[in-house]
Design a protein around this ligand. Sequence first.
Ligand code: FAD
Ligand code: NAP
Length: 339
Amino acid sequence: MNIQTDVSLQSLHTLRLKSQARALCTVSGSAELREALAWARAEGLPPAVLGEGSNVVLPEYWEALVILQRTNGIDVLAQDENSVCLRVGAGENWHAFIAWALGQGYFGLENLALIPGTVGAAPIQNIGAYGVEVAPFIESVHGIVTADAAPVTLSTTDCQFAYRNSVFKGALRDEVIITAVDLHLSKQPGAQTAYPSLQAHLQSAGIDHATPLQVFNAVMDIRRSKLPDPAEQPNAGSFFKNPVLDMAAANALRERFPGVPCYAQSDGSVKVAAAWLIDQCGWRGHRVRGVGVHSEHALVLVNDGGDSAQELLQLASTIAADVAAKFDIDLAIEPRVYP
Ligand code: FAD
Ligand code: NAP
C-alpha cells in the first residue's frame, strides 16, 4: 500500500478548493483498508474516507490519513424472475453502476442518474433526486469499524435512513468505512415519473408511458440543462438542505409568503424549497471574492476562483443569516464540512 505524505487534494473534490492532506492512500479492498487504518493508528492520525469528493468542503490543511475508497466489483447475490440482489463495491461510480444495471435489465434507480460520487457514499445521505431515494433499494451496508477494523453489516433499520440523512451522518459518523452496499433491484420495467419537472420533460417529448431507459435519459437531459458541471464550474451540488417544518410553522410561513413552494411529507411535516428562500433574498447569481451563487440554481454555491473554504463558508453563513432574518428559518449545510 502506497501512502503519500503532504498531498494536495484540490483535484480530488468537486469544489476544487486548495487543500492539503498530511497523508493520502488509495484502497481497493478490505485488507488494504485494514493496513491503512493500522498505519493511521501507529502515526496517531485520524483516518478520513473520501469517495469522489462531491459532497465535502475540505480544510486548507487536513491533519489526517485521507483514504480514497476504490473497492470495486459487482456480484449477483440472488435473483428470481422478478428481482435481483447485487453486492456493489463502495468504490464503484454511482452513475456508471446505474447505467450498467439498466443494461442488464435491473431497474429502479433511473431517477438517480448523474448524481456524482461513489456507491459507498450513497447511503451516507440517502441520496435522492426526481422523487426517488436510494434507501428503499438498500438491503444492507457492509463496512469496517474505524476503531478496531472489525467487519460490520448494517440492516436498513440500523442505517436510520431519512431525508438526506442516515446514521452515518449521526451516531456512526466517521465510525464505519463502507466497503460494499447490497441493493435489491426489479426486473420489471416500471418507471417513477410523478416528479413535476420529469413529467413535464417526458410530456414535451411526447412520451406517455415512459420506459426506465426514457426516464434515465430524461433525468440526464434535465440535469445537464440545469446544473453546473463540477468539471467546468466547481461546486458540491446543493449547498443547503431543504428545511422541513411542522405543519403549524409551514402554515404560518404560507400566510406570510403565499408563493413559497411547500411539499407535504408522508409524516405530516412540510418540506420547503430552500432555493426559493435564497432567491427571494436576492442571492441568485451573486458573486463575492471568487465564490458565488449559481445564476440558474440558487441552492448551488460555485467556486470561480476562491482559494480556501473560508470564503465559501463566509458566503454560506451570510446567505443563511439573510434567510433566517427574512423567513425565520435556519438553513443547514448539506455537504460535510471538515474543520
Ligand atoms: P464524498 O464527497 O467523497 O464523501 C461525502 C461524505 O461521505 C464524506 O463525509 C465521506 O467521508 C463520506 N463517505 C464517502 N464514502 C464513504 C465510505 N465508503 N464509507 C464511509 N463514509 C464515506 N446528492 C443527492 O442526494 N442528490 C443529488 O441529486 C445530488 N446531485 C449532485 C449534483 C452535483 C453537481 C454535485 C457536485 C453533488 C450532488 N449531490 C447530490 C451530492 C453528492 O453527489 C452525493 O452526496 C454523493 O453520494 C457523494 O459521493 P462521493 O463519493 O463524492 O462522496
Ligand atoms: P426542483 O425540481 O427545482 O425543485 C426544487 C425543490 O423542490 C427540490 O429540492 C425538491 O425537493 C422539491 N420538490 C419539487 N417538486 C417536488 C415534489 N413533487 N415533491 C416533493 N418535493 C418536490 O429541484 P432541483 O433543484 O432542480 O433538483 C432536482 C432534483 O435533483 C431534486 O430531487 C434534488 O433534490 C436533486 N438534486 C440534489 C442535489 C444535491 O446536491 N443534493 C443537487 C442537484 C439536484 P427534493 O430535493 O426533496 O427532491
